[in-house]
Design a protein around this ligand. Structure first.
Ligand SMILES: [Zn+2]
Length: 250
């Protein structure tokens, strides 16, 4: 009997040794959240980060409207006759509706950048939807349409949220050229970051607003040169609806 018991113990130990690592490995593969790169591939029609290979590029301005910076940016775009896309934060849009109206009146596209700028990946789908819908209501009330284009704060989003966006006719739009202007960089640094990385179909990330103490004077100083330099290379500035051949509203 002790022999038989020993054999059993040995057998069970072997079974455990073989099966536990396999099942743990499977569980970790299954539970691992998809990376943004994987999500972009899997949902390529919904999740964009650049446009088609044409001589068009899109300037996108996040985090506005902000009376400290947005009017100057609008002024430059108007002087240069360039169209852009503004991903607005709902709470700020609610506070500064005249700036939102001006973006719209001057021909720019308005996108949804959440209501309170939380990291979506850490929020439930319900919280995510609430952030989208609250901003949507402010934008619709002010300029008359519900934005189709969503840019998640920090570019972060999870699979459930992308699925919801797809099912409800939205597009998630990140970028492939990062100016890093939110760091308060100077004109030359911002120009270099943008001009070195911009190619056909580029979606360029800049900011039109920020938190307390943020300084976007580098963005404002760099913008005319960025537009002129890229135009001299044959690029046309279009809004994201045109670049992605979609509509601005749902
Ligand atoms: Zn942002």
């Amino acid at each position: 009997m002790p022999d038989l018991r020993k054999k059993w113990v040995l057998f069970l130990t072997l079974v455990l040794l073989v099966t536990v690592p396999i099942s743990t490995a499977q569980a970790s593969v299954r539970d691992k959240p998809s990376s943004l790169g994987e999500l972009r591939k899997k949902y390529s029609e919904t999740f964009k980060f650049r446009g088609p290979d044409t001589k068009q590029v899109a300037l996108t301005f996040d985090d506005g409207p902000d009376p400290r910076f947005t009017p100057q940016i609008l002024e430059i775009l108007s002087q240069k006759g360039a169209k852009a896309t503004f991903f607005v934060v709902g709470a700020r849009a609610k506070k500064f509706p005249a700036l939102l109206e001006r973006m719209h009146r001057e021909g720019h596209v308005i996108g949804n950048h959440s209501f309170n700028h939380p990291p979506f990946r850490k929020r439930t789908v319900k919280q995510f939807v609430s952030e989208i819908e609250r901003t949507e209501q402010v934008v619709e009330r002010t300029v008359g349409y519900r934005p189709k284009l969503i840019r998640p704060p920090y570019g972060e989003i999870n699979e459930e949220q992308v699925k919801w966006a797809k099912a409800n006719g939205y597009k998630i739009v990140n970028w492939n050229v990062d100016s890093l202007d939110w760091k308060g960089l100077n004109k030359e640094q911002i120009k270099a970051n943008v001009l070195q990385a911009t190619g056909p179909g580029a979606i360029i990330l800049l900011h039109a607003g920020g938190g307390v103490g943020s300084d976007l004077s580098g963005t404002i100083e760099a913008l005319p040169d960025i537009i002129e330099t890229l135009r001299a290379k044959g690029y046309e500035f279009v809004d994201l609806a045109e670049l992605l051949q979609t509509s601005a509203s749902r």
